[in-house]
Design a protein around this ligand. Structure first.
Ligand code: ASP
Length: 633
C-alpha cells in the first residue's frame, strides 16, 4: 500500500489535471461471456463472425412455422434458422413446439443472410445462425401479457409480474444505465476524490422533524426502531469520527405513500465532507454529474446557474423552477394600484398583498375555453385563488372584465410589462404574495402542458436545465399552525453566516446554508452546511423548533468532542435516473417498485402475520370486524 503511494506521488500533479479535465480512463469492454455456457450473446454477432460455430442462450421472442425463430437476451436479438432436413427432425420438433418466452440453448454456424434479406433495423441483421443442436432449458407457460415494449399493459399487472416486465428492452436499458451511472459515481468519488463508502444502519431511532418514519417493533416491550428517512445523523457522526469524506448509495424510507416521483423506499447518493463550504459541495456535485453523465444524453455544462429561493418563488412560484421555458410571473402591482377597483386596492393595501400575472403565448390559438376554465378552477380549488384572464385581440387591444377599468396608458403598460403579443392570454391574480405566486407557478406548468398537448413546441426534450436554488429561509411557519416554526430543510442546517445573530432575535428572517439542485423543474438533490456547535444546535432544537432535544442527546454530545465544520448533500438517484431516461415515473427505474399505496403487488407485501409471531414484540392487533372477516377468507 505504502509503496504504491510512493510510486504514484511523483505524477500526482499531472494525474490531477487529467482528472479535473474530465479525462476518462480507457475501459476494456466487459467480458459478458465469461464463466457461462454460451459463446456469444444474442446482440453480438456480425458479418465478421460468419463461419464460426457459436452457442447462444436466450428466450424465444418469436417463432414462425417451424422455419426460424428470434432469440433474445439482455443484449439483443438473433435470428435462428431451424434445420428442415430429416437428420435434424428432433431439433425442428423441439424448437417448433416450444412456446414463446421459453428459454433455450442453441449451437450452430453463423451464416450471412441471403442477399436482400438483411434487416437494417437489427444490429445482427446481416447474419443468422443455422442450428445444429438445441435444448429447451425451460418451458414458458401462457403469459399474462406479451413482452413487447409497444404493448401497453396496466401498471398493476406489470408490477404483479415484474420479473416478466424486466425482460422488456426498456426496463433492461433503464436498470443497466442506472448501474453504469452509479459505477461512474463511485469511480469519481472514491478513486478520484478519496471518498469512503460507508454503510450506515437501517434500524435506528426517530429523528425529530421531517418526514414520517416507518416503525419496526423490537422485543423490548413498547420500544420500536425507526427506519431512517436518510442517514443524516450517521453521516454527521462519521465526520466527527474523522472519516473526512463519506458517501453511500443509501436506501432511505419515508412513510408518505407513493407518487409518480416518490415511493416509500428510495435511494440517495448520500455525501458528507469535512472542512467544506457551500461552493465546495456545489463544485463537487457538478463534477460528479459531469463525470457520470451518460454520453447519449449529451454533455452538461458547468457551473450550473444559481437562483435564490426568493427569486424562484417570485418568478416561477416554486422552489424548483422549470427554466426550460419563459412565461415567468410578472409583478403588475404598480399598474393595478392606480385602478379604481375596490377589491384590488384592498388586496394591495396588505403588507404581503400583490398583483401578478403570467402570459401564455398564443393561448387563444392553442387553448380551448374549457382549458382556460379548468386552469381557473385548479387555482381556486388548490390555492383558493381567483384568476382573471386577459386576451390580446388581433388589433392589439385587450379583452377582459378588467379592461373597462384600464385607461389606454395602463393597457399599454400591461402589454409592455407582460410582453403581450396578438393572441396571447394573460392569467392575472391578486392576493397574498406567496399564494398568488404559488397559484401562478402551478398554472404556468399546467398551461405549458396544455400548450404542448395542443402541438406547441415549448420545451426541448433534449434540454438539460440544471439550477442551484440557494438562500432558503432556515425556518418556515408550520402549515397546520403558522405561529410555530419548522425547519425548511432539516434541523441540522447551519444559518447563513451573515444571519447568525438573527437566529437569537428573529429566527423567521434567518437564511440557511441550504442548497437544492433542480433539473428541468424536478428537485434532484439537496443538502446543507451543518451546525457543528453543540450550543447552537441545542438552541435550534429546543428554543426555535420546540423539539425534545433528548432524542438527539447522542448527536449533541458528539458535537462537543471537537466536531469539525462539515456539510453535505444527497442526490435522489431514482429521480435522477428517471429524468435521464425520460420516464414519467421513478417506478420505471426501480427493479421492484411499490404501488401507489406502498404495496408490493408481486409478493403481496405488507402481509398479515399470526398472533404467535407478534407475541415476542408485545403487539396485539385489534381488528376491525370487516377485516377479521376478510382475513378469514
Ligand atoms: N439528508 C438530507 C436529505 O435527505 C440531505 C442532506 O442534507 O445532505 O434530504
Amino acid at each position: 500500500m505504502l509503496r504504491l503511494v510512493r510510486r504514484v506521488l511523483p505524477c500526482l500533479g499531472s494525474e490531477r489535471a487529467r482528472l479535473s479535465s474530465g479525462w476518462v480512463p480507457p475501459l476494456r469492454a466487459p467480458d459478458v461471456n465469461s464463466f457461462v455456457s454460451r459463446t456469444n450473446t444474442c446482440g453480438e454477432l456480425r458479418a465478421a463472425h460468419v463461419g464460426q460455430e457459436v452457442t447462444l442462450c436466450g428466450w424465444i421472442q418469436y417463432q414462425r412455422q417451424g422455419l426460424f425463430l428470434v432469440l433474445r437476451d439482455f443484449q439483443g436479438l438473433t435470428q435462428i434458422i431451424i434445420p428442415q432436413d430429416e437428420a435434424h427432425s428432433h431439433v425442428r420438433k423441439l424448437l417448433s413446439n416450444a412456446p414463446v418466452e421459453s428459454v433455450v440453448r442453441v449451437t450452430g454456424i453463423v451464416s450471412s443472410r441471403p442477399p436482400g434479406q438483411e434487416n437494417l433495423k437489427m444490429p445482427t441483421g446481416d447474419i443468422e445462425v443455422k442450428v445444429e443442436t438445441a435444448e429447451v432449458l425451460n418451458f414458458c407457460k401462457k403469459l399474462p401479457f406479451e413482452i413487447k415494449d409497444f404493448i401497453k399493459k396496466s401498471e398493476a399487472l406489470r408490477m404483479q409480474y415484474r420479473y416478466l416486465d424486466l425482460r422488456s428492452s426498456q426496463l433492461q436499458y433503464n436498470l443497466r444505465l442506472r448501474s453504469q451511472v452509479v459505477m461512474r459515481m463511485r469511480e469519481y468519488l472514491c478513486n478520484h476524490h478519496g471518498f469512503v463508502d460507508v454503510e450506515t444502519p437501517t434500524l435506528f431511532k426517530r429523528t425529530p422533524g421531517g418526514a414520517k418514519e416507518f416503525l419496526v417493533p423490537s422485543r423490548e416491550a413498547g420500544k420500536f426502531y425507526s427506519l431512517p428517512q436518510s442517514p443524516q445523523q450517521f453521516k454527521q457522526l462519521l465526520m466527527i469520527g474523522g472519516l473526512d469524506r463519506y458517501f453511500q448509495v443509501a436506501r432511505c424510507y419515508r412513510d408518505e405513500g407513493s407518487r409518480p416521483d416518490r415511493q416509500p423506499e428510495f435511494t440517495q447518493i448520500d455525501i458528507e465532507m469535512s472542512f467544506v463550504d457551500q461552493a465546495g459541495i456545489q463544485r463537487l456535485i457538478e463534477g460528479l454529474l459531469q463525470y457520470s453523465w451518460p454520453e447519449e444524453r449529451g454533455p452538461i455544462t458547468t457551473p450550473f446557474p444559481s437562483m435564490t429561493y426568493e427569486e424562484a418563488l417570485a418568478d416561477y412560484g416554486t422552489d424548483k423552477p422549470d427554466t426550460r421555458f419563459g412565461m415567468k410571473i410578472v409583478d403588475i402591482s404598480d399598474t393595478l394600484r392606480r385602478l379604481d377597483i375596490g377589491f384590488v386596492q384592498n388586496v394591495l393595501s396588505y403588507p404581503h398583498g400583490a398583483a401578478k400575472a403570467i402570459c401564455i403565448p398564443q393561448g387563444v390559438r392553442y387553448l380551448k375555453n374549457k382549458d382556460l376554465e379548468s386552469l381557473k378552477e385548479a387555482a381556486k380549488s388548490q390555492f383558493n385563488q381567483e384568476i382573471m384572464d386577459v386576451v390580446c385581440r388581433p388589433d392589439g387591444s385587450l379583452k377582459s372584465l378588467l379592461t373597462k377599468f384600464l385607461g389606454e396608458e395602463q393597457q399599454s403598460e400591461l402589454i409592455r410589462a407582460l410582453n403581450m403579443q396578438v393572441d396571447d392570454v394573460v392569467l392575472l391574480a391578486a392576493g397574498d404574495h406567496k399564494r398568488v405566486c404559488s397559484a401562478l407557478g402551478s398554472l404556468r406548468l399546467d398551461s405549458a402542458d396544455l400548450l404542448e398537448a395542443a402541438g406547441m413546441v415549448l420545451r426541448d426534450p433534449a434540454a438539460l436545465h440544471f439550477l442551484w436554488v440557494v438562500d432558503f429561509p432556515l425556518f418556515l411557519p408550520k402549515e397546520e399552525n403558522p405561529s410555530e416554526l419548522e425547519s425548511a430543510h432539516h434541523p441540522f442546517t447551519a444559518p447563513h453566516p451573515l444571519d447568525t445573530n438573527l437566529l437569537y432575535s428573529d429566527p423567521t428572517k434567518v437564511r440557511g446554508q441550504h442548497y437544492d439542485l433542480v433539473l428541468n423543474g424536478s428537485e434532484i438533490g439537496g443538502g446543507s452546511i451543518r451546525i457543528h456547535n453543540a450550543e447552537q444546535q441545542r438552541f435550534v432544537l429546543e428554543k426555535v423548533l420546540k423539539e425534545d432535544s433528548e432524542v438527539l442527546s447522542h448527536l449533541l454530545e458528539a458535537l462537543e468532542f471537537g466536531a469539525p465544520p462539515h456539510g453535505g448533500i444527497a442526490l435522489g438517484l431514482d429521480r435522477l435516473i428517471s429524468l435521464i431516461v425520460g420516464s414519467p415515473s421513478i417506478r420505471d427505474v426501480i427493479a421492484f417498485p411499490k404501488s401507489f399505496r406502498g404495496r408490493d403487488l408481486m409478493g403481496n407485501a405488507p402481509d398479515y402475520v399470526t398472533p404467535e409471531e407478534l407475541e415476542p414484540y408485545h403487539i396485539h392487533v385489534s381488528w376491525p370486524a370487516a377485516e377479521t372477516e376478510a382475513k378469514k377468507n
